[in-house]
Design a binder for this molecule. Structure first.
Ligand code: HEC
Length: 112
């Protein structure tokens, strides 16, 4: 059982590492049409993997609130803080790295 858990954790670390490090596949494919949105697509990936289960894949909410206009309410710093520390019904997202939290927070803060 313990061995299985380790395998799962290790496996997902590799997957995460691969995404964070290169960002190649997804980004390169879209590169041509969407110049300048590299960061946005990285942020979206982070959101889809860590946040969409509660906030909806289109940010429209679900178990968590609608985030489509969250930038009106919170700046990037505050969102980063919510990711790290949670907020009432939202558990702290400790699996998200500081760097990823910053990327996704800045992206969300631009949603107004
Ligand atoms: C387990 C479900 C869950 C996950 C996963 C989750 N959230 Fe939340 N989130 C919530 C809930 C529930 C709230 C409402 C908290 C409250 O009662 O104020 C919330 C609130 C927020 C708020 C404040 C919204 C507002 O209107 O004040 C932000 C910003 C936010 N989440 C961002 C994120 C981000 C970014 C991620 C991914 C890194 C994430 N959340 C992952 C459940 C979740």
């Amino acid at each position: 059982m313990k061995k299985l858990l380790m395998t799962v954790l290790f496996g997902s670390a590799i997957v995460l590492g691969a995404c964070g490090g290169g960002g190649d596949n997804a980004d390169k494919n879209k590169g041509g049409e969407s110049g300048g949105t590299e960061n946005a697509s990285a942020a979206e990936d982070i959101f889809q993997s860590n946040c969409s289960s509660c906030h909806g894949s289109d940010l429209s909410g679900g178990a968590g609130p609608d985030l489509t206009k969250v930038g009106k309410k919170h700046d990037a710093k505050e969102i980063e803080d919510i990711i790290h520390n949670g907020k009432d019904g939202m558990p702290a997202q400790t699996q998200v790295s500081d760097k990823d939290a910053k990327t996704v927070a800045e992206w969300l803060a631009s949603k107004k």
